[in-house]
Design a protein around this ligand. Structure first.
Ligand code: TXA
Ligand code: MG
Length: 332
């Protein structure tokens, strides 16, 4: 299959029409969101859903997020659309990078939820995806548009590198703004539990209601939360104390570039120590260092506040295979 990339700015109408045509044909399309690029297929089509798992080589037990353009669409997907705290969260944070778990409605195919009794839903905040959803008129399921377990894509070129030949179309709307995936939460007796930290931070959620971190119960509640994920092919080590001799390694530092004489290659997540900039750059830099001729990647930790929590969560999971990481004990 030939994978076509259409630049939205060059011909907006052609881009939207081509995307909608794909979705109507139960085919897949790479789409921009405010967080990362997604691999979209009709959420109510078992054929399209199967294609998502096939293209990503994703295990069927790993559930997908459904993306909606309107609050009314949620009513079709869950009987609990008017649960008061969820409604408050939707009022406050939608459209935006907050994914909420609801009890699964009957119309939602089991493929979406990986057999779980809950369905994950979000309303993305991106004009191009909103236009595609509006013209298609139905919800789409969209995981990040990468091979399973790999680094999420933040540009159309990343999507092409991951899925070339496996999908017919990618809509290019430039680099994504936020850079890390949506916050995933569930509401449990008046509290918000954070399953995946993201751009809607714990601090922001706490303004609406009490929050607590989700603790794994041992049984599979959220399979995509598996420890090893977002992984470059090269070993990743998170460490504030850097090795003396690392001339074959790359360094991803926090703040101004340093130690260029000790490493083969040095990049900074943010020279100004701005966590939003770091989130925006994280995946593109990991991808660049992974493709460089360095043999391994050292990363300096960032402060775990605000979106820094999401950055450290992704970095820990990227480094999971390395038992020698100084940060290892913090991994869940
Ligand atoms: O920002 C995002 O959320 C991006 C863009 C494309 O929207 N999407 C994304 O999808 O990150 P994905 O499939 O890469 O990650 C979805 C996460 C997984 O960790 C999955 O386990 C979790 O959401 N999830 C989905 N449905 C769930 C459910 N019913 N219960 C628990 N976790 C669920
Ligand atoms: Mg993903």
């Amino acid at each position: 299959m030939k994978t076509k990339i259409i630049a939205f700015v060059r011909d907006p109408e052609a881009a939207i029409n081509a995307a909608v045509q794909c979705l109507q044909n139960e085919e897949l399309v790479g789409v921009p969101t405010e967080t990362v690029y997604g691999l979209a297929g009709s959420a109510l089509s078992v054929k399209a859903l199967s294609r998502i798992f096939e293209a990503k080589q994703r295990p069927y037990f790993d559930p997908l997020i459904i993306h909606v353009a309107q609050r009314e669409w949620v009513e079709e997907l869950t009987p609990a659309f008017s649960e008061p705290l969820s409604a408050k969260l939707m009022d406050r944070f939608w459209p935006g990078p907050l994914t909420i778990l609801f009890p699964k409605g009957e119309r939602v195919p089991h493929l979406v939820t990986g057999g779980l009794k809950t369905v994950a839903i979000r309303m993305p905040h991106h004009p191009v995806l909103t236009a595609i959803l509006g013209a298609f008129g139905k919800p789409v399921a969209a995981p990040s548009a990468n091979q399973f377990g790999r680094v999420s894509p933040t540009t159309a070129d990343h999507v092409y590198a991951e899925l070339r030949g496996k999908i017919p179309l990618i809509v290019d709307a430039g680099p994504t703004q936020v850079g890390v995936e949506s916050t995933v939460i569930r509401v449990v007796s008046g509290r918000v539990e954070i399953l995946r930290p993201g751009p809607v931070t714990e601090e922001m959620l706490r303004e609406v209601c009490p929050t607590r971190e989700w603790r794994k119960s041992g049984k599979i509640e959220a399979p995509g939360q598996s420890a090893s994920h977002y992984a470059p092919k090269k070993p990743v080590h998170i460490s504030a104390s850097l090795p003396e001799n690392a001339e074959t390694a790359a360094l991803l530092c926090w703040g101004p570039i340093h130690s260029t004489d000790r490493f083969r290659l040095v990049r900074s997540l943010s020279e100004e120590r701005n966590l939003h900039e770091a989130a925006h750059q994280l995946f593109a830099l990991l991808r660049e260092l992974d493709q460089s001729d360095a043999t391994e990647i050292y990363v300096e930790p960032v402060p775990e506040e605000g979106i820094g929590k999401a950055i450290m969560n992704r970095l820990r999971r990227a480094s999971h295979k390395n038992a020698d990481s100084a940060d290892n004990e913090k991994k869940r």
